[in-house]
Ligand binder design. Sequence first.
Ligand code: ATP
Ligand code: MG
Length: 552
Amino acid sequence: MSEEKSLNFIEELIENDLRTGKYETLVTRFPPEPNGYLHIGHAKAICLNFGLTQKYGGYTNLRFDDTNPVTEKTEYVNSQQEDIKWLGFNWKNELYASDYFDQLYAFALKLITKGLAYVDHSTAEEIAEQKGTPTAPGKPSAYRNRSIAENLDLFARMKNGEFGDGVCILRAKIDLSSPNMLMRDPIIYRIKHANHHRTGNAWCIYPMYDFAHGQSDSIEQITHSICTLEYVSHRELYDWFIDELEIFPSKQYEFARLNLTYTVMSKRKLMQLVNENLVSGWDDPRMPTISGLRRRGYSPESIKEFCERIGIAKRENLIELSLLEFCIREDLNKSANRVMAVLDPIKLVITNFQTGKEEILIGENNPEAEDKGGTREIPFSNELWIEREDFMEEPAKKWFRLAPGALVRLKHAYIVKCEDFKKDANGNVTEIHCAYIPESKSGEDTSGINVKGTIHWVSARHAKTAEVRLYDRLFTVESPDSEDGDFKEYLNPDSMQVIKQAYIEPCLTQAKQGLGYQFIRKGYFCVDKDSTPEQLIFNRTVGLKEAWKPKA
Ligand code: ATP
Ligand code: MG
């Protein structure tokens, strides 16, 4: 991508700030909650936050937003780090909101001391009731006017574990008639007697998102705290806490989250798929997780290219899954070696090629690569596997592949002419007999015969077997989230097809994990992580052509 791109609105802001000298150093952060594996939506936020500091200098922190002990796990921390690194980004500091628990507690004390926070013993229902509606102001809680001393005492006792979960909470004292419901005395601390993945049992009170996020940004002197549009209404509260606490003025900016067709994009929902065994795990190749895409055969470059192409918008939109597929197809077209594999085999016997003889043909690995990817040896013999669909007993019009009496070229090999075929009792074709034309060898063809069709094949005697997994979109509808009922009702029952025994070129026994291969005419494939030398397993990353049309 060399063409000059116009600036997105965040880049414009930053260039403006840099011109006016508002900040010395640009500091961004990527703040995942370690409550699941990262998905392609996170990749967009990662590319944005890290991309900005790559472009303008400064640095990006990785901050785990781990203020909810119940949902967070070290497994997720590790997978999230692995995924960011795999995408090719390096953070300056690895930080945890839980490392700020002492400071956040001190911030809460400061608010109480300023008369701006109080301990509330109302029930959850009472608090909801008191909140009012967007058109009717809220009502004060019976505990709103507790003295500063009483609040300090109660909050200390909350911290010391004197109360059970939900007995009381700490609320900010802001404005019960604010049109912004979040400003109507939001909860800032709650009691949770739960083991935290890092702080263990040191705490039994935990700050709410709004009381942790902005302050963590401020502690780290984040200049641009970039989040998704759902947080627009939180900005007022973000600024209020920072103003009242008189701490570093981080600023929040919002952009449109990534929504993809035929996909759900929330860790919570993806976790349901995992927990209910509807997929094989977080890294199931059908999952929109970064680890799933990696296992499916996506490269980091293709994901970054996708994020680049979709850009940064201020309004919600829905991106076509086919654009993501386009990006990996483009990438693999340049990088993937071409090989032959037969997924639905039928035997082809060459009647005029000596039984037991073997000929070694030479195939170019990648006509799209600059050096053509080098060459490989392809064994040829009198018995081959070809694709069942490449033969038609009664050929359709414009059929250029095999049919009785028809000629076709075998890729990298010879032209053959179909002489005969065999059928079983059920009328299924079991074997095709052809004669080959010795003067028609690829690259040194003197036969003078022109054929329109070329098909792939594998020598039966030399072929290796492999399991091949073909994937389709995980959902049958464009927006499973916005349909009636549960999103899981819209799972595509045919999202995975397993071919237990495909035949592959012998060179594929050397196939490496992390590399893409084009199975000629069949798509792009990669070695699955479950593959072993005894039992090779390939995943189809994407077909060669768009399988379904984007809507007009
Ligand atoms: P999820 O609902 O999937 O858990 P989240 O926003 O709660 O998403 P976080 O771990 O809090 O997940 O997100 C970390 C960062 O990634 C946040 O800054 C968030 O804005 C961003 N992010 C999450 N989902 C998307 C998305 N679909 N598109 C762009 N950015 C996203
Ligand atoms: Mg979240």
